[in-house]
Design a binder for this molecule. Structure first.
Ligand code: SF4
Length: 495
C-alpha cells in the first residue's frame, strides 16, 4: 500500500505542473485505494481496542486458552427498561414485580434503545450481538418492533428478539415484510422461550409436562419456515428453557424433541432467586451445573465439550458449538485432539475479531489478506477440516447435510449473592469470603451486559435484574402509567 501511494505521489508530482485533471484523478485513485485498504483490514481498530479492554478486565482465572472474550468476542449485549411489561406470569420470572405496571410504548422503546446502542457502539466497537429483551417484545406494535431492529442495526448490532413465542404469523409478517410484500429484513433472529415454568400461553395456559409444549415449539419454527418460503426472509432461532428442580428430568426429552424443529441453539437457564420473589417456587440452589449439563448431553446423545471454547466465566456459561449429521451431534473442535486445540489458538491469533457477518465479498477480501500474509493458516484450516470429515465419516456427510446446533447453559446468580459482591466492586474492593469472590469474578468476566447511558456504565445483567430493575421500573411506571379503566357511568333511572 505504501508503495502504491509512493507511485501515485510521484505520478502526481510529475503531472503537477501539467494537467489538473490528472492530479485530481490521481488523488481520487489514492483515496479509493486508501478506503479499500481500510475496509479490507482483517479487524477494525475499534474492535481491537474493545477486545484489549475486555481482556484486561478479565480475572486471571478466565484468561484461559479457550477464552473467546477479548479474542473473538466482546460478549452479548441486552436492552433494559425499554418494554418491561409481559402478558405471561412465569414462575420464576427475572423481572421485578413493578415491570407489569409500565405501559409498552413504541416511541419510548425506540428512544431508549437508541441511547443504549450509542453507548454499546462507543464502548464495544462497531459490531455486536444485542438481545432485544425486556418484558414481552411482541407486545410492541410490529412497526415499533421493526423500528427497534433498524435502530440496533444502524449501530452495527445484530438484534435477537426474546419472546415467549405466543404470537401469530400475521404479526411476524407485518414485522418482517413491507405492506407491498417486499422483505423489510433479509435475516432475523429470535429466541423463543418455551417451558413449563410459563403461565399464560394460548392453548397451554399452565402446562404440566414439557411434551405438552412440543406442538407450540414446532408451530413457532414453522412460522419462520413459512416466512422464508413466502418472502425469502431467513432466520436464526434459539430455544430457551428455564430449568427448575421440577422440569430438570425432562431436559433430555426437550433436546431430542426440538433437535430437528429448526432451532440452531438450545439454551438452558437454571433458575435463580432473582426478580419477582412472589414467583419463586422450588429449591433453586439445589440445581447443580454438572447435573443439568449431563441431562443436556443425555439428550444430545454424547459429550458436549464446553471447555474448548469458553465465553466469560465457565461458572456462568457453558457453550458447545457443533452440528448434527443425521441424529448424531459433533463438536466443531475435538476437545481431545491437541491439533484441534492448536488450530483454535491459531484461529484466535490470526482471525480473532474478524467480522464474519460482513458482506460476503468484503469478508472474502479480508480473509484473503490474512491468508496471503500468513499462508500457513490455510494449511491449519485444511488439517482441521480433514480431521472433522474423518471424525464424522465421509459417507455420513454424503447422506446427511450438517445442521448447526449450539448448546448453551447460562446460570444467572441469586440476587442476595450479587448485592454484596457488586457493592464491594463499586468500592474497588475484593471480598475475603470465597463465595463472594466467586461472584465478583463472575461479574468481572460477565458476557451479558446492559448499557446505562445516564452513567456511562455497562453493567452485568445479573446486577441489572438483581439490583437496578425495581427502581428503574418504579420510575418507568410514573413515566408510562397503564391506562386507567373508566368506571361505567351509571344509567339514569328512567320514568
Ligand atoms: S449476567 Fe450474570 S450469570 Fe450471566 S454472564 Fe453476567 S455475571 Fe454471569
Amino acid at each position: 500500500m505504501k508503495q502504491a501511494n509512493e507511485m501515485i505521489d510521484s505520478g502526481s508530482a510529475t503531472a503537477g505542473g501539467g494537467s489538473g485533471w490528472l492530479a485530481s484523478a490521481v488523488r481520487a485513485v489514492r483515496t479509493k485505494l486508501a478506503e479499500w485498504e481500510r475496509l479490507t483490514r482483517a479487524v477494525d481498530p475499534e474492535t481491537r481496542a474493545a477486545y484489549a479492554r475486555r481482556w484486561a478486565e478479565l480475572p486471571e482465572r478466565s484468561r484461559t486458552p479457550a477464552q473467546t472474550i477479548g479474542r473473538h468476542a466482546v460478549g452479548c449485549e441486552g436492552t433494559h427498561g425499554v418494554f418491561p411489561r409481559c402478558n405471561f406470569s412465569c414462575q420464576p420470572c427475572y423481572h421485578s414485580a413493578e415491570a407489569n405496571r409500565v405501559r409498552t410504548d413504541g416511541d419510548h422503546t425506540v428512544t431508549e434503545i437508541t441511547r443504549q446502542m450509542e453507548l454499546f457502539r462507543e464502548r464495544r466497537g462497531p459490531h455486536g450481538h444485542a438481545q432485544l429483551i425486556g418484558g414481552e417484545v411482541t407486545l410492541l406494535d410490529a412497526e415499533d418492533h421493526a423500528r427497534a431492529w433498524e435502530v440496533m442495526r444502524s449501530f452495527g448490532r445484530n438484534p435477537m428478539s426474546m419472546t415467549h413465542g405466543d404470537f401469530d404469523y400475521d404479526y411476524l409478517r407485518r414485522l418482517c415484510v413491507h405492506p407491498d410484500g417486499r422483505p423489510r429484513f433479509g435475516y432475523v433472529s429470535f429466541a423463543g422461550h418455551f417451558d413449563t415454568t410459563m403461565v399464560g400461553r394460548s392453548g397451554a395456559r399452565r402446562p404440566e409436562r414439557e411434551d405438552e409444549l412440543h406442538g407450540h415449539r414446532r408451530a413457532f419454527c414453522e412460522m419462520f419456515s413459512r416466512l422464508h418460503a413466502e418472502h425469502g426472509v431467513r432466520s436464526y432461532l434459539a430455544h430457551n428453557m428455564t430449568v427448575t428442580p421440577e422440569n430438570a428430568d425432562q431436559i433430555a426429552e426437550v433436546v431430542r424433541a426440538t433437535r430437528d424443529m429448526g432451532f440452531k441453539m438450545l439454551s438452558f437457564q437454571p433458575a435463580a432467586y432473582v426478580g419477582n420473589s412472589v414467583r419463586w417456587k422450588g429449591d433453586f440452589r439445589s440445581l447443580d451445573a454438572d447435573a443439568v449439563w449431563s441431562r443436556i448431553e443425555e439428550g444430545a446423545g454424547g459429550r458436549l465439550p464446553w471447555d474448548v471454547l469458553e465465553v466469560g466465566d465457565s461458572r456462568c456459561n457453558r457453550t458447545a458449538w457443533g452440528f448434527y449429521v443425521g441424529d448424531r451431534w459433533h463438536s466443531l473442535l475435538d476437545a481431545d485432539d491437541p491439533r484441534d486445540r492448536a488450530a483454535r489458538d491459531r484461529f484466535f491469533r490470526y482471525f480473532g475479531g474478524v467480522h464474519f457477518n460482513a458482506p460476503p465479498k468484503l469478508l472474502a477480501a479480508r480473509l484473503a489478506r490474512i491468508i496471503v500474509a500468513h499462508p500457513s493458516t490455510a494449511v491449519t484450516a485444511a488439517g482441521w477440516l480433514a480431521r472433522a470429515v474423518r471424525r464424522v465419516g465421509p459417507l455420513e456427510l454424503l447422506r446427511h447435510r450438517p445442521r448447526p446446533m449450539t448448546f448453551v447453559m447460562h446460570r444467572f446468580m441469586h440476587a442476595e449473592d450479587v448485592a454484596p459482591a457488586w457493592e464491594l466492586m463499586r468500592r474497588g474492593q475484593t471480598s475475603s469470603d470465597p463465595a463472594i469472590v466467586e461472584v465478583q469474578e463472575r461479574l468481572a468476566a460477565c458476557s451479558y451486559a446492559m448499557a446505562h447511558p445516564e452513567t456511562g456504565e455497562l453493567v452485568p445483567a445479573c446486577v441489572q435484574h438483581s439490583l437496578l430493575d425495581p427502581e428503574e421500573n418504579r420510575q418507568l411506571a410514573q413515566l408510562l402509567p397503564l391506562p386507567t379503566r373508566r368506571r361505567p357511568t351509571p344509567t339514569p333511572a328512567s320514568g
